[in-house]
Design a protein around this ligand. Structure first.
Ligand SMILES: O=C(O)CCC(=O)C(=O)O
Length: 275
């Protein structure tokens, strides 16, 4: 078992995140990148917009990544042994594009209650201050949910451009990861990320999130996979485990799941963004 140490758990409880955690070799991280770039080449646009979600439903490589034991051991240290995968998202910032993530709290619009869940951000490429790594406002998870302005601005990788105003950047901490490392963050920690100013892509594969089996979706319908332990509450429907990349029947389920997810993302909003 590669559970988090007491020190790492203390860090998470105090700051609302913990990093870096070694989970993949550099070769394994490169294989994940290759899978993304294969999909992009063979199925142009498939991973764009809403398509950046739930890729573990159509790719065995991503499904296997979600059940990686090193990841799950660390996750278990935070949410306990009954773990479900409730969603995944690719956060890709290409070089020379205007991608950024405004400061926000994940719990604001995601509908997962209670907050016995954690988000795993797995670095497929290096992620650092030059290419726009995440920045955490340490300790902010101890406060309540904040007001978010819905800005829908171009370049914002968040669905509604949801933004907490007046976050003091200089007080936020960069989460620097090498390809193959991950961070874990709390549902209410305030975080965001800036532009990619490097010459290469910055790619994060995000399990958003690992939930305890006691967590319900109060805004709509999600499709889960068992990661570890028992599903004690059976709140959610299960998706199929993909056996090959982009199998026809998996694409049908994927499209349906993305449609349901979109309803959650834009619940209560009279406007839709591009994701
Ligand atoms: O990839 C990023 O820069 C931000 C991702 C994020 O906000 C999240 O994983 O909750």
């Amino acid at each position: 078992m590669t559970n988090l140490s007491d020190q790492q758990i203390k860090f998470y409880n105090e700051k609302g995140y913990v990093a870096p955690i070694d989970v993949l070799s550099i070769q394994e991280a490169n294989e994940i990148r290759k899978e993304i770039e294969t999909i992009e080449k063979k199925w142009p646009n498939a991973l764009e917009g809403l398509g950046r979600n739930y890729v573990h439903m159509i790719s065995p490589v991503f499904n296997d990544l979600c059940i990686n034991n090193k990841i799950l051991d660390a996750v278990e240290s935070i949410i306990g042994k009954n773990i479900l995968i409730c969603g995944t998202t690719l956060f890709i910032k290409n070089a020379n594009e205007k991608g950024f993530v405004s400061f926000h709290q994940d719990a604001k619009y995601i509908g997962l209650e209670p907050h016995n869940w954690v988000t795993a951000w797995i670095a497929v490429t290096n992620s650092n201050e030059e290419n726009g790594c995440m920045r955490m406002w340490a300790g902010s998870h101890k406060e309540n949910l904040k007001n978010h302005e819905q800005k829908f601005d171009d370049g914002n990788l968040l669905t509604r451009g949801q933004t907490i105003e007046n976050v003091p950047i200089e007080e936020t901490e960069p989460v620097v990861l090498k390809a193959g490392q991950m961070s874990l963050h709390h549902p209410t920690v305030i975080h965001g990320s800036g532009l990619n100013k490097s010459n290469d892509r910055r790619i994060g594969f995000v399990v958003q999130s690992y939930i305890g089996s006691n967590v319900d979706q109060v805004l709509g319908k999600i499709y889960v996979q068992k990661a570890r332990g028992e599903d004690t509450h059976k709140f959610h429907e299960y998706s199929n485990v993909p056996k090959e990349l982009m199998a026809k029947e998996d694409i049908v389920s994927w499209n349906n799941a993305k449609g349901e997810l979109s309803k959650i993302f834009y619940s209560g909003s009279n406007k839709k963004g591009k994701y």
